[in-house]
Design a protein around this ligand. Structure first.
Ligand code: SF4
Length: 127
């Protein structure tokens, strides 16, 4: 059993949460018991954060024939932090052709996470 302290970021109240985590090595399952929340969103946030944290991933992708060599991108939804290395391997190998427009989907449903990698700025074609 271990204990972690978190601040819930789901609303401006910012409840200070205490999470007691137990891990069953036999089944491979974990359990997180949460205290200090004012509403159920705090429980869901803490359990997700402790058992399978997710993050929006900002990065960049190579551009061919563009005014710039790279375009900034991000996932349009949080992706599991445990998959970020694998996702970056795909992103590093990806090249898009200019022009690129903000919001263009660069890699749909990356690694079946349900998240698309989208452009966060535009890059015009080189003249
Ligand atoms: S537990 Fe509920 S009230 Fe507290 S910060 Fe999270 S969302 Fe807001």
């Amino acid at each position: 059993m271990r204990e972690e302290k978190l601040v819930c970021v789901m609303c401006p109240v910012g409840c200070r949460l205490t999470v007691r985590i137990s891990y069953n090595h036999g089944s491979g399952n974990g359990e997180a018991v949460v205290e200090g929340y004012r509403c159920n969103r705090g429980i869901a946030y803490a359990q997700q954060e402790i058992l399978d944290p997710q993050r929006i991933l900002p990065t960049s992708v190579l551009v061919e024939d563009g005014e710039m060599e790279l375009v900034s991108v991000k996932t349009n939804k949080p992706v599991p932090r445990r998959m970020i290395f694998e996702i970056m391997e795909i992103v590093k190998k990806t090249k898009v052709k200019a022009p690129v427009r903000t919001g263009d989907v660069i890699i749909p449903n990356i690694l079946n996470t349900g998240a698309d990698v989208i452009a966060t700025r535009s890059v015009n074609k080189k003249v």
